[in-house]
Design a protein around this ligand. Structure first.
Ligand code: ASP
Ligand code: MG
Length: 420
């Protein structure tokens, strides 16, 4: 049993969806579960729609129409038989969303967000499934909400592993054994039957959750790049593909900002030793990158650069040491305001942290900390992480920049940099 995940770029228009069929024919896999994301930039558009609906903004109808006509165009490039039931089913989903928009928003914004934004994956999985059936790749559409159960933490649902694994292994596995299944990434359901989502770009994570529950042989994430590269090819023109990565290296890269794999994806796979392949849907015969327990990893310096970071320096007002009791106050404030620490370092009377620029949360954190500490911030800095670093790679990557903070372990070097 295998799991394939097709992201937004791989289903961004009719030609892209046709290419999915090609990839599937070429891979000739039985017992396959396909996880698809929303088409192209649909999730961003639905986010805007959710905001407009919640704020009772008149723009909502216009935004809805744009989303509908984008999908209509994909559909007319793909589906021939517009009188079929499958076609009606897709139309009905749009009517469902349109009718929801006419009602009054009655829950929190985060809940409303999930009820609306999840339609992106529902639309795309329906369209892909219907097209594949017409192209003679017989499959069954299934609702991921039946299987992935989370708590009520809308927009970042926490998976109930016991229930989810039970549902997938008992209810979904027997179906996948008989027939190819197409389902959605990103979406889930709470125990009280509300739609939840797993956090932006969470479809990779969904694929890993399904693979875990199915006890899959492997997972393949189909991307528009050849595999995991040693640097972001959009920023570094000499980026090269890494043939193999250990789970721990992949987790580290994803955690520090490599966008190629969602950070939560690795943990479930690692715990069942399920290999992850990252492959190109443009060149599906290419070997891609394998992420596993002991693959032969070459020591190639690999860089991740995160821009628009903020360096916060926290020091005591009275020259008292920043030790355990002060640190626990600081950590508590970060947890309360949900600000994630990307890098931290302490000295006798100060504590420095590099974080993402999360706007309002960060402002609230700063004002809380300012009650007890002197807080200085340095905005618009870069966090550079180099794994398998060499002196040469460090010299090249930090050239012409001020190093505000630096930290090294045997395998990883990190720098907070300011452009001069
Ligand atoms: N469609 C969702 C997003 O864009 C989930 C995903 O693509 O992984 O965030
Ligand atoms: Mg995506």
């Amino acid at each position: 049993m295998r799991v394939f995940k097709f992201g937004g770029a791989s289903v961004k228009n009719a030609d892209a969806v046709k290419n999915v069929a090609k990839v599937l024919k070429q891979s000739n896999t039985n017992e396959l579960l396909i996880v698809v994301s929303a088409m192209g930039k649909t999730t961003n558009a639905l986010e805007t729609l959710a905001k407009a609906y919640f704020n009772k903004d008149k723009q909502k109808n216009k935004i809805y129409k744009e989303i509908k006509s984008f999908h209509d165009e994909v559909i007319s490039g793909l589906l021939k038989n517009k009188t079929s039931h499958a076609y009606d089913d897709i139309e009905n989903l749009f009517i469902e969303l349109e009718c929801m928009l006419e009602t009054k928003p009655e829950s929190s914004f985060d809940c409303v967000y999930d009820q609306i934004v999840s339609y992106g994956e529902i639309f795309s999985s329906r369209i892909v499934s219907t097209y594949l059936n017409e192209a003679d790749i017989k499959n069954r559409w299934m609702d991921a909400q039946n299987f992935i159960v989370t708590d009520n933490n809308f927009r970042e649902g926490k998976v109930d592993w016991q229930l989810t694994t039970d549902m997938i292994s008992k209810k979904l596995k027997p179906i996948v054994k008989k027939q190819m299944v197409v389902t959605q990434g990103f979406v889930a359901r709470s125990q009280d039957m509300k739609t939840t989502t797993l956090g932006r770009e969470g479809s990779d994570y969904s694929a890993a959750i399904f693979a875990y529950g199915l006890g899959a042989k492997d997972v393949t994430i189909w991307k528009d790049v050849d595999g995991v590269m040693n640097a972001d090819p959009k920023k570094f023109k000499d980026a090269i593909k890494l043939d193999a990565l250990t789970y721990s290296h992949a987790i580290e890269l994803a955690y520090y900002g490599a966008t190629v794999i969602h950070p939560k994806t690795i943990q479930p796979l690692q715990s069942k030793n399920i290999p992850l392949y990252v492959k190109s849907f443009i060149n599906p015969k290419g070997a891609g990158t394998v992420v596993g327990k002991n693959p032969k990893e070459k020591n190639i310096p690999t860089f991740i650069s995160k821009s628009d970071e903020v360096l916060i320096s926290i020091s005591s007002k009275d020259f008292s040491f920043i030790v355990e009791d002060n640190l626990s106050k600081i950590f508590q404030a970060f947890a309360t305001h949900k600000v994630k620490m990307n890098l931290m370092q302490n000295s006798a009377i100060s504590f420095s942290v590099c974080v993402d620029n999360s706007g309002e949360n960060l402002n609230q954190l700063r004002s809380e900390l300012s009650v007890y500490f002197d807080v200085r911030t340095n905005t618009n800095v870069e966090l550079l992480t180099i794994t398998h670093y060499t002196d040469k790679s460090i010299a090249e990557l930090t050239k012409g920049k001020d190093i505000l903070l630096e930290q090294r372990t045997r395998a990883t070097a990190q720098f907070v940099l300011k452009h001069i």
